[in-house]
Design a protein around this ligand. Sequence first.
Ligand code: FNR
Length: 349
Amino acid sequence: MRPPSSVREFEAAARARLDPAHYDYFAGGAGEEVTLRANEAAFGRLALLPRVLGGAAKPELGVTLLGDRAAAPVLVAPTAFHRLAHPEGEKATARAAAAAETIMIVSMASTVAVGDVAAAAPGARLWFQLYVQPDPAFTELLVRRAEEAGCGALVVTADSPVRGRRDRDERHGFHDLPTGLCCENMRDETGRVRPIEFSPAISWEHVDRLRDMTSLPIVLKGVLHPADARRALGHGVSALIVSNHGGRQLDTVPAAVEALPGVVEAVAGTVPVLLDGGVRRGTDVLKAMALGASAVGVGRPVVWGLAADGERGVRRVLDLLRAEVEDALTLCGARSVHDLGADLVLRPC
Ligand code: FNR
């Protein structure tokens, strides 16, 4: 059978393979899924206004983020539970990310421990995503594990003081991983697996404590309000990810790409601003970068690749997006992902 030739086709292939409860866990969002739909729809409403006859050669796609090089500005966003999608789980994803020469942000809720992910994918550039745990000692244990695994940054998720309410999971009664799978990073010193806890009390003080605890760069994920973006700069944050968690947390917040310009303006070039949410095509990547993003992350597209065809599927999704970015850049008359300006995008009035 011919391999899928777009993220959309990968989603269909993944859906055909996955248990419906697991498909809905990956695909779904919070509440009425207004934000989930908005993430993709907002990219559709933005038009590209290309330049012609620029005489550019093969465009430059590579980016360097916090000292880590990625061959294309498309990172693997942190997503939980990869072994629900494929038996090799995060090991397969990391090998594919390494082969595609991009950065993978390993979820704290991964079903393979971050050290084992690193060992399975030599050369992979990994960052570690953290939900601050109410027990500070356990949070520190997680940070140390990320450091020992060689992760290049700590991605602190700020948009999840509680877990989003997701009707699809309620309908299926999907609340826990099946027997045999667990969040391997959550083992304490005795080997017992702790539940991931969300911390309603998470505050800027926690960011300060993390800043004191580790020399890893801290990336704050889930920022939408420009005032929070400005505030983050005073707390030693090295980068921001504009994200609404793929529409899985607070429903009816704006599409990520709609929130992007305000955050970019607020930080005024002092730290890189990344975006995730709704990126499905190379043209979406260009639009985000034209509006000031330094790179984007993809969440579900990677899961669809993994469910459809394991490591090979993830590799193909990342390669497809890379090829689409390259084509879109050429068609826009751009020499590099670094040369894109807001004049490339027509925003609806
Ligand atoms: C996520 N996301 C997420 N974020 C995070 O910080 N930690 C996590 O463990 C997870 N887990 C997770 C699971 C699944 C199934 C999804 C779909 C998403 C959010 C993720 O990092 C990212 O913000 C969104 O996935 C981006 O939107 P797209 O690319 O899926 O549209």
